[in-house]
Design a protein around this ligand. Sequence first.
Ligand code: CP
Ligand code: NVA
Length: 310
Amino acid sequence: ANNLKGRDFIELDDFTPDEIQYLIDLAIEIKHKQKSGEVYQPLKGKTIGLIFEKSSTRTRVSFEVGAFQLGAHALFLSKNDIQLGRGEIISDTAQVLSRYLDGMMIRTFGHENVIDLARYATVPVINGLSDLAHPCQVLADYQTVYEHKGKLKGLKLAYIGDGNNMAHSLMIGGAKLGVHVSVATPEGYEPDASVVKECLEIARETGSQIVVTRSPQEAVKDADVIYTDVWASMGFEEEQKIREAAFKDYQVDEQLVQGAKSDYLFMHCLPAHRGEEVSEGVIDGSNSVIFDQAENRLHAQKALMAALMG
Ligand code: CP
Ligand code: NVA
């Protein structure tokens, strides 16, 4: 199943359902190896550059630690500390770094930056979050759901809040894997229309149902998973006040989750704002799997690096 060597990882729509499931299975296998103390170093002597234009806790640490555990060396490259921050163009950066590195990850604002880096790089490029997509998070998230529920196909995931990068990648991943995804957003904060259209096309082949609604109650009805994310993503901080008003009826709280299945999972990519997109009781309650998700970033990205760069 693995013909992933040399490929880029920009969004899950570039991958078949079998390839995504392969990565999830590999992540679980690598997780077991690590927990049993087995040394697994398929990337011995290799290097990966991590370009960051935005802040990060999980992505940075999980990629650095994951690369180390696989035998590779990771370089943290803050955009402002490399010449990219002084106007060196992406195509030159991509070609130069490709002469040193075996892989690159980039976290950036415009999704076109990821695409440009991948176009000019001769080594695999991984999207570590853009304004459009966050596929590494979603790979770890569906791994987490699979571990807790034992399956993916036919489950219902409700996403409540901003139609942002997380909403997009959860919808695409869900459509690919046969997960039904219902997204509830306030007016003006819907997911990108072209992403929705693409998901509906993918879903026709996999049997997934993709729904976009205004109603959080409709979205969470009988859901197996309730997912939310911050109201103001990185780059939108100055809209915080406007967004607090727009999203006030979209908090995932004790009352809203009543509509879901009793064994629903609460999920959040983190960082979270208790009292905004989620109540303290829900995020810190017994249905919450937020730290399993965070942990799985490590295992899922180790699988990804091993598959693309091995
Ligand atoms: N969820 C996530 O990507 O977290 P960081 O911003 O801390 O990397
Ligand atoms: N939507 C959030 C996700 C952070 C991991 C953001 O882009 O800031």
